[in-house]
Design a protein around this ligand. Structure first.
Ligand SMILES: NC(=O)c1ccc[n+]([C@@H]2O[C@H](COP(=O)([O-])OP(=O)(O)OC[C@H]3O[C@@H](n4cnc5c(N)ncnc54)[C@H](O)[C@@H]3O)[C@@H](O)[C@H]2O)c1
Length: 421
């Protein structure tokens, strides 16, 4: 069925999430319009670990969500071919060629250093985007993506899939109603205990691991500094700051976004990051154990613990003057200072990429709000980049709200009282 014929201008506007007065619609411009009964055409960029997860999830959703697959792209042709075979679709090695097709949206599951450019190119081509976390590698890149999304008015879902667990929005609503009183602090963690090779090392990879003949190494490097083939960079990119932010951008982004949603937080005021390469000094330039504290202008701090050497965690909770809200496996429970239950919530949904894709499908068709929209993606990138920069430079970082950039906190006149209430 031709979508252009079957769908009204209103549907297009709803799908784009913009007011009728702000967009000049032309049938020939940008992506096709998606109607309630139309197929959504998808493409996949990056077919490694997470890309394969998206391929499997979307295959499982194919009939229920009425999906059609137009291509799988990876700069390692073998991976593109394998992914494409699973979906009986075409393989690409150049993502720009995939963007020339009729896809409505693409998933981007490549290393962090590629997220911004691929997202911008996809938006420019009129496509909606599901980009893996972190939305981008750096803050200026997140700002460029934000600008492009505003310009193109195409939807962007950030792959923090826990946002499809309603616990955090529901906690936010309870906190707004004053269930735990004035909120002052939250704590959360991401802890793991890695085997002796350490975080993000693959025991099957050594200095002499050869470059696959059909892998385009220059395409993988993209805008990153040019280096000769390096198997550790390709297979273990999370250990190197030129491609990743390590614990902060890979793991903490999942956690801080939960607290941001529950406490209605955007950019932090001050951030410190501490930790080190305590246990695996093996050439990595990012910490293997890390903690961060973000202070927010509303007047609260968020502590995030992240050790990769020991998986004893701490409760995920939000402290208020009247009580404490604990996140549990099944939702959350708020208790007063004596342990009396004030309110509780059984979650619907979960930390699940199927739900996260379906949320985007509903957004495209019906205008259902996105569970992890660009603002949340951007605010997460700001927090974790400030923490990493604090660690790297041994400085407490501050957010210069006017200039919209991170600087040493000592160069700003930041207060110690809430700015918003
Ligand atoms: N949401 C989650 O729970 C979750 C879990 C794991 C990974 N991720 C995210 O998914 C992304 C990918 O991680 P991964 O573990 O799959 O990495 P990976 O290295 O296994 O896969 C990345 C793939 O991207 C391909 N690629 C790189 N540059 C490309 C280019 N220019 N054109 C086409 N293909 C290119 C690589 O060849 C590789 O196959 C990261 O952002 C990561 O943070 C998210």
């Amino acid at each position: 069925m031709s979508s252009e014929k079957s769908v009204s201008r209103r549907d297009f506007l709803v799908a784009s999430g913009v007011a009728a007065t702000t967009v000049a619609f032309s049938a020939s411009s940008y992506a096709r319009v998606i109607g309630a009964n139309d197929r959504i055409r998808m493409g996949f960029i990056g077919a490694g670990g997470m890309g394969s997860g998206h391929i499997a999830a979307c295959l499982a959703l194919k009939d229920k969500d009425n999906l059609e697959f137009l291509g799988v792209c990876d700069c390692w042709k073998t991976r593109a071919d394998e992914g494409a075979a699973k979906l009986s679709t075409k393989a690409f090695t150049d993502y720009r060629k995939l963007l020339e097709s009729d896809v409505d949206y693409v998933t981007i599951a490549t290393p962090e250093h590629w997220h911004s450019q691929m997202t911008i190119d996809a938006l420019d081509a009129g496509k909606a985007v599901y980009v893996e976390k972190p939305m981008t590698h750096t803050i200026p890149q997140a700002q460029a993506v934000m600008k492009k999304a505003k310009e193109t008015k195409r939807p962007l879902q950030v792959g923090v899939q826990a946002m499809s667990d309603d616990s955090y929005a529901s906690a936010g609503e309870a906190i707004k109603r004053g269930v735990i009183g004035k909120v002052v602090q939250a704590q959360i963690e991401y802890v793991r205990r890695y085997d002796k090779q350490g975080p993000w090392r693959d025991p099957a990879v050594s200095d002499s691991t050869a470059q696959p003949a059909d892998l385009d190494w220059n395409a993988w490097l993209g805008h990153a500094p040019k280096v000769d083939w390096n198997p550790h960079h390709y297979y273990e990119w999370r250990n190197y700051s030129r491609y990743s932010g390590g614990i902060c951008t890979d793991l903490f982004i999942h956690r801080i976004t939960r607290i941001m949603k529950a406490c209605d937080l955007l950019y932090p005021r001050r951030v410190v990051g501490m930790g080190g390469i305590w246990q695996w000094p093996d050439g990595r330039d990012l910490p293997d154990n890390f903690e961060m504290i973000c202070e927010y202008p509303r007047g609260m701090t968020v502590y995030v613990l992240g050790t990769m050497s020991n998986r004893v965690g701490i409760d995920h909770l939000i402290r208020g003057y009247r009580g404490t809200l604990y996140f549990t496996g099944s939702g959350w429970v708020a208790k007063d200072k004596d342990g009396k239950v004030l309110e509780q919530h059984e979650k619907t949904g979960g930390e699940d990429i199927h739900l996260h894709h379906t949320n985007l499908h509903r957004h495209l068709r019906e205008g259902t709000p996105l569970n992890c929209p660009i603002d949340l993606g951007m605010a997460g990138v700001v927090a974790v980049n400030m923490a990493n920069e604090s660690w790297r430079s041994s400085t407490m970082m501050g957010w210069d709200a006017k200039a919209e950039k991170m600087v040493a906190a000592s160069t700003l006149s930041l207060g110690h009282e809430p700015e918003e209430e």
